[in-house]
Design a protein around this ligand. Structure first.
Ligand code: GLC
Length: 555
């Protein structure tokens, strides 16, 4: 059993955690100062979003130097000290590893721009001629995946994300080698894991084909089947992963596989696949689009979670990966709105949903601030999003009759950026995050500070501490998962290890519901909302949840 089979991961967004030098951007020394907080929370690993030198077009996912720390975050010496301090506290460190693309400021790309004779030209994907786009594929960040070669060759270069983030050409063995060397550099430093960013996109089909679309329009279209989860992803990554595992058997490889369904997740994480240890899918949260306002574009409207479909999804992932690999368990991350506000509409419901998610079989990934009950910020204006898709949405929404303020407020609840707000440490200036001006500003719903919550046994923080302590029990780490009832009004499952049995029961609707438990006497270990147990009859109030242990056999 490796350490990561039982990891409880905290996703820490360095820009927003703690600023130690007053420039308004969180930094490595700021993180180091809060290791006691993380230790008290009980997590066993942190995943740091990117900290490498970057023009910050995509908040660090546009890396200009994989071997250096971004100056706003600190120095390499600060990084070494941070890794050491985490290790001294018994916390493992997982770094974000951006392998699908670099920044356009990266020296490889700068050299490639010298033209076809550059030794680095083939590190990237240049194609086409006479300024013609090679195909109609669309970028995840809007527009075409092609941008004109600024050096005037008439070719275009490929970017799946922003145009300032050119894709690396993984078909080139030199690229594969170079990225292996980057991994090696960090692993030699003692880093315990890598989160492989957007790895499912490293392979593309032949470029000279348009994606078939129902209209004759030549506007770019998302063409995922042409650039996601292709077989060569596995062919190219296997030697990378195998080299990591051969040199550092204890290193955890966590893949970001946004569009992977459960079969692909199984293929990526099966022990004999020689690839990842675990993956994060974005398919966990099926949405209900039935109530959308037809007058407005769909993209930034609130899509409620389709609870019956969500429950089914969880069950399928639990069962399909049982005995194969650890699923990841999460409610939020930096690419989606926060749990409280998106799915949960009260602190109590957020607690119930946290029990539901994290006590399943798998690895919790708790997004920073979730343990305090943070919600998305409301950003002040359209410009703050720096996102053309938001500008388009707001333009269309105002044409349909919304005020700009209302449209911005709506996007603030559904966009990823407002989920990246600063941590509220205290009630002081800028809530203790910075003495300067925070890099991201917006209005925040009132939430008690970390300091206040740490002193309050009824706080959200205290709840998360208890939940994490429970998750560390062998029963919740290694116990079998079994779905208890198919009733749509609740999600009820058991975890069982030898004679020990626990029931996790959460109401999914805003009405009371009753569940009949397997025979035995039960004792509540943790609960949220109104819970009533009479013999084996459990009644959950609206949005309530409870963890019960069968008496006499506690593991
Ligand atoms: C991943 C990251 C996301 C980033 C993208 C490009 O999906 O999670 O934040 O924008 O990759 O690196």
């Amino acid at each position: 059993m490796a350490w990561y089979d039982h990891a409880i991961i905290y996703q820490l967004y360095p820009k927003s955690f703690q600023d130690s030098n007053g420039d308004g951007v969180g930094d490595l020394n700021g993180i180091r100062a809060h290791i006691p907080y993380l230790k008290a929370l009980g997590i066993t690993a942190v995943w740091l979003n990117p900290v490498f030198t970057s023009p910050q077009v995509d908040n660090g996912y546009d890396v200009a130097n994989y071997y250096a720390i971004d100056p706003t975050m600190g120095t390499m010496a600060d990084m070494d000290a941070l890794i050491d301090a985490f290790h001294a506290a018994g916390i493992h460190v997982i770094l974000d590893f951006v392998l699908n693309h670099t920044s356009d400021r990266h020296p490889w790309f700068q050299d490639a721009l010298r033209g076809p004779a550059s030794l680095y030209r083939d590190y990237y994907i240049f194609a086409g001629h006479d300024g013609q786009r090679p195909n109609n594929w669309g970028s995840f960040f809007g527009g075409s995946v092609w941008a004109p070669d600024p050096s005037g060759s008439g070719q275009s270069y490929f970017h799946l994300f922003d145009r300032r983030m050119p894709d690396l050409n993984w078909a080139n063995p030199e690229v594969r080698h170079a990225m292996s060397d980057v991994a090696d550099y960090w692993l030699q430093k003692g880093v315990d894991g890598l989160r492989l960013d957007a790895f499912i996109h490293i392979a593309k089909v032949k470029l000279d084909q348009d994606f078939p679309v129902p209209t004759a329009d030549d506007a770019p279209v998302l063409a995922e089947p042409f650039y996601a989860n292709l077989p060569q992803v596995q062919t190219w990554l296997r030697p990378f992963c195998q080299r990591v595992k051969a040199d550092y058997p204890e290193v955890f490889l966590l893949g970001e596989a946004a569009s992977a369904n459960v079969q692909l997740a199984a293929a990526y994480t099966a022990p004999d696949a020689g690839l990842m240890d675990s993956v994060v899918t974005f398919r966990y949260f099926p949405e209900d689009a039935s109530g959308l306002d037809q007058q407005l574009p769909a993209q930034y409207q609130a899509h409620p979670l389709d609870l019956p479909a969500f429950k089914q999804t969880q069950v399928v992932w639990q069962q399909t990966l049982a005995g194969l690999a650890q699923p990841t368990l999460y409610w939020s991350n930096h690419d989606m709105p926060r749990l409280l506000g998106r799915v949960a509409h009260s602190a109590q419901q957020a607690q119930s949903l946290a029990m539901l998610m994290y006590l399943q079989r798998g690895l919790p990934i708790i997004y920073y601030g979730e343990e305090l009950g943070l919600t998305n910020l409301t950003l002040p204006d359209v410009a703050t999003f720096e996102d053309p898709t938001v500008t388009d949405f707001v333009t269309q929404a105002t044409a349909a009759g919304l005020t700009t303020e209302a449209a911005v407020a709506l996007v603030s609840t559904t966009h990823k950026l407002p989920a990246r707000g600063p941590m509220p440490w205290t009630d002081g200036v800028q809530r203790g995050f910075t003495t300067g001006t925070p890099w991201l500003q917006g209005s925040a719903a009132p939430v008690a500070s970390a300091a206040e919550q740490a002193a309050d046994p009824t706080s959200m923080l205290a709840f998360y501490q208890k939940l994490i302590a429970l998750k560390k029990r062998a029963l919740f780490q290694d116990g079998d998962y079994h779905l208890l009832t198919t009733d749509q009004a609740s999600y009820v499952y058991t975890r069982q290890l030898d004679d020990a049995l626990a029931v996790v029961a959460v109401a999914l609707e805003a009405t009371a519901t009753t569940v009949t438990l397997p025979e035995g006497h039960y004792r509540p270990l943790l609960s949220s909302g109104s819970v009533d147990l009479v013999g084996a009859q459990l009644t959950l109030g609206p949005d309530a949840g409870v963890v019960l242990i069968r008496e006499g056999e506690i593991k």
